[in-house]
Structures are given as structure tokens and as C-alpha cells.
Design a protein around this ligand. Sequence first.
Ligand SMILES: [Fe+2]
Ligand SMILES: [Fe+2]
Length: 198
Amino acid sequence: MPDRRTADTALPTGTDVDVVDLLLTQHARIEEQFLLVIGASGQARQRAFDDLVRLLAVHETAEEEVVHPLSRTIADGADGIVDDRLQEERQAKEMLTALIDADVDSDGFETSLLLLRNAVLTHARHEERYEFPQLRAKVPADRLRGLADVVRAAEAAAPTRPHPGAESATANLVAGPVLAAADRARDLVREAARRIES
Ligand SMILES: [Fe+2]
Ligand SMILES: [Fe+2]
């Protein structure tokens, strides 16, 4: 069976895991998923690419809804740092949207994918260098641990690995249009954020 290959770096679990741990793990998974897309062709490449789209949607949604707004509140000059990250996320989203309708085996796909990969990974390194250390330094550890639930909620909206036997709304979602996952992730992230902040 599995011609469905996806990045298999599981999200860390446990009570001491915080939101930064989860985001760092997702960065590693995103990097790995790009390699899986590049290394595949035909239907396998399409599936790996769809998984990449879901993973990016889940990850950037959690950052945009929760992490960047929190970053704005914690340091002098944080607004500039966050504005730059949002600009990078917007650019990556535009590149991704242009790729979604492309034939994954067309000449231009791989070139555009490599450009997207470069943009996404550079963006991730910027977050790791300028944003995450500030969160760890300035936000109480229990708050950062609580926010891990928001990332988990977004993951639940759009799992990027097959769930054998999961005949549920989740399974339907995986089969559905990949961008629907981004909307669903946004709803669940907002719901989870409201829950833990109340
Ligand atoms: Fe981001
Ligand atoms: Fe990120």
C-alpha cells in the first residue's frame, strides 16, 4: 500500500512541551516534506504536495492567529519584526497559490517549488532567530505550554499523515480540497485560543 509518503516527524507530546517546541518540529517537517515532493513524481508527487499545502496552512495559521500577535506585545521593536514575518508569509502564500493549480510534473513546477522552498525555509529561520527566542525569554513558561494546545488544534484540523481507520469528518477533510483545510484550521485555532485564554 503506502505510496503515500509523508514527513513522519511526530509532534512532541508531554506536559513540558511548549508552543515553540511544536513550531520548531513543524519547521523540520515542512523542510522534510519539500524533499518528499521533490523526490516524487506523478500521483505520489501530487499527494506529497497536497500534504505540504496542508502542513503549511496549519502551521502558518497557528502563527498568524496566536504567535505573531503575542510577539507584538513583548518587546521593543517587535512590531517591525512581526510585520516582516507577515510579509514573508504573504509572499509564500502567493507562491503556493500559484503552484496549487499547476501540473506537478510540468517543467515550471519544480523551479517554482524550489523558489517556494527557499522562501519558506528562510522565513522559518527568521522566526527561529528573531521571534522564538523573545517568546521564550519574555512569556511565562506556563503560557507557552498552554499555547501548544492551539497548534495541536490546528493539526487536528488537517492531519498530514494517513490515519488508518479514521472514518470521520477528519478523513473527509483530508480527501477534500486542500485549501479548505486552511479555513478549518483557522476556525479551530480561534476556538482553542479562546478556550485557553478564558
Ligand atoms: Fe511563519
Ligand atoms: Fe513558522
